[in-house]
Write a protein that binds this ligand. Structure first.
Ligand SMILES: [Zn+2]
Length: 477
């Protein structure tokens, strides 16, 4: 049945073998396409003209293709082409701009930022769009929505005890009225969705969701303290770092009903499992080793981190108590059990790694999240791949342009040396990355990585505090 479907696809594309348009184009010959739509198409030629995938042609027919001077051809024999990967949970302000290149090096072509310095993020996004900076497609939440007490706590922490310019990244939402006012004002900015981090009452949580809805924006974020019924009632769109200690009192069949209602409501989950295995479970000493490893002898990835991020990581290491480690250790088997149940119930579990948490590396940690989906949650490799490509694109409203390999889609692609459907860990074996039609072959990726190590933000903290200016509580600036 599958073979028949494949040959039908080929018959449909084989006829379209005319000359290439003038201008730069990329021709990947004799490659196996893993489209992200459930089909695997062996031995095809994929043509990229400008920023888009223009044609996918049966290899037998492609030899008649009329190439011109601006064409780059790539031998895809024995290689596998997948859609560019999605990092669904990153804090880009904390990694600083140089880290944007690290996503490309690791095949991540779309990043969902979940809270940071809005002004800077917009600037970096403009630079990426205009071609002045190499980086992924960036979607932006704007500042974190926080409880009033949390904002007061961070604003009252002396600057020498907290490196983050919190006055630029966090907004207090203390009441239902605040929720409506803050969301209405943020909706005037160039943002793609909203992120709630801390909230003290269900009423405020619900009001945030209503206000987001009213403004046509998704609201995603932390749901600690909310019951599943409250999450459903509020109309929440996406859950980050899934932990539900309150559900231990429920039976498996009661929980399955909860997950099924999540699936029906279209609520997606970004569990950030690597924040357990690589961030919360290692000891304080282990995390301190990473921060102290200034030459990257212990972990080569350490060489590519910005000065700011390392200052932030040092603060985080001091907060990594033994109690926290014990708590997460006890949560880990429960988390996995719930995720297996959710997967069975059809909830969309998506790939994100919480970039900027200590020991979570921009770009590199995403494939590790995919490996945990496969090895610890028990998903098939093709399911994992869709949770890193097609499904995130769908939930971000980008399904028409990215997330799969189809004619007409934007050319965000990763060429792999080995089959990711045999083992999802093969997404690390990158031969080339194509971002909006721009090719980075192995040499170009290595050069990009070398350039990250030389970036000025590696040497100095370029996210200085604008001054110690705690905002008035009712300010929404
Ligand atoms: Zn986060």
């Amino acid at each position: 049945m599958k073979g028949k479907l494949v040959s039908l696809v080929l018959a449909a594309v084989a006829l379209s073998c005319g000359p290439l348009k003038k201008g730069d184009s990329i021709v990947i010959e004799n490659v196996t396409v893993i489209s992200g739509t459930g089909s695997v198409i062996p031995a095809v030629t994929v043509i990229i003209e400008g920023t888009r995938i223009s044609r996918i042609i049966d290899q037998g027919v492609a030899s008649g293709l009329d190439l011109h001077d601006g064409t780059t051809t790539i031998d895809g024999s024995g290689k596998f082409l997948i859609p560019g990967l999605f990092e669904m949970h990153a804090h880009t302000s904390k990694t600083r701009a140089s880290a944007l290149g690290l996503y490309i090096v690791n095949g991540v072509t779309t990043v969902r930022d979940l809270g940071g310095d809005h002004e800077e993020l917009l600037q970096w996004r403009d630079e990426i769009r205009s071609g002045d900076r190499v980086g992924p497609r960036l979607l932006i939440a704007g500042p974190y929505l926080e409880s009033e007490s949390n904002v007061e706590r961070v604003l009252n922490t002396p600057p020498d005890e907290m490196v983050e310019p919190v006055e630029r990244t966090r907004i207090a939402v203390g009441s239902v009225a605040d929720a409506h006012r803050v969301v209405d004002s943020l909706a005037q900015l160039e943002i793609d969705y909203l992120k709630v981090r801390t909230v003290t009452s269900f009423e405020t949580f619900k009001a945030l969701n209503e206000a987001a809805d009213r403004n046509g924006l998704d609201l995603v974020g932390h749901t600690m303290g909310m019951t599943p019924e409250q999450i459903l009632e509020a109309g929440h769109d996406g859950i980050e770092h899934f932990i539900f200690p309150r559900l231990v009192d429920r039976t498996r069949s009661e929980r399955m009903k909860v997950w099924e209602s999540f699936a029906d409501a279209g609520i997606f989950i970004v569990p950030t499992l690597v924040t357990f295995t690589e961030h919360a479970l290692p000891s304080q000493e282990e995390l301190q080793t990473v921060v102290d490893d200034s030459l990257g002898e212990f972990d080569f990835r350490r060489r590519y981190l910005s000065k700011y991020l390392l200052l932030d990581w040092q603060e985080q290491v001091l907060e990594a108590s033994e109690d926290r480690q014990t708590f997460f250790k006890s949560q880990w088997p429960i988390e996995l059990e719930y995720l297996r149940e959710m997967h069975e119930a059809g909830v969309d579990i998506l790939t994100g790694s919480d970039v900027a948490a200590v020991n979570i590396f921009p770009g590199w940690s995403l494939p590790n999240e995919m490996i945990l989906f496969q090895d610890s949650v028990g998903m098939a490799p093709e399911e994992v791949l869709e949770r890193a490509t097609r499904l995130p694109a769908f939930h971000l409203g980008l399904a028409d342009s990215v997330g799969t390999i189809e004619e007409g889609k934007i050319a965000d692609l990763v060429l792999l040396e080995a089959n990711p459907l045999a083992d999802i860990a093969n997404v690390k074996k990158i031969a080339a990355v194509i971002v909006r039609g721009e090719l980075f072959d192995r040499d170009a990726l290595d050069l990009l990585l070398a350039n990250v190590a030389l970036a000025p933000d590696r040497r100095v903290n370029d996210w200085p505090r604008t001054g110690w200016l705690p905002r008035a509580k009712d300010s929404t600036e």
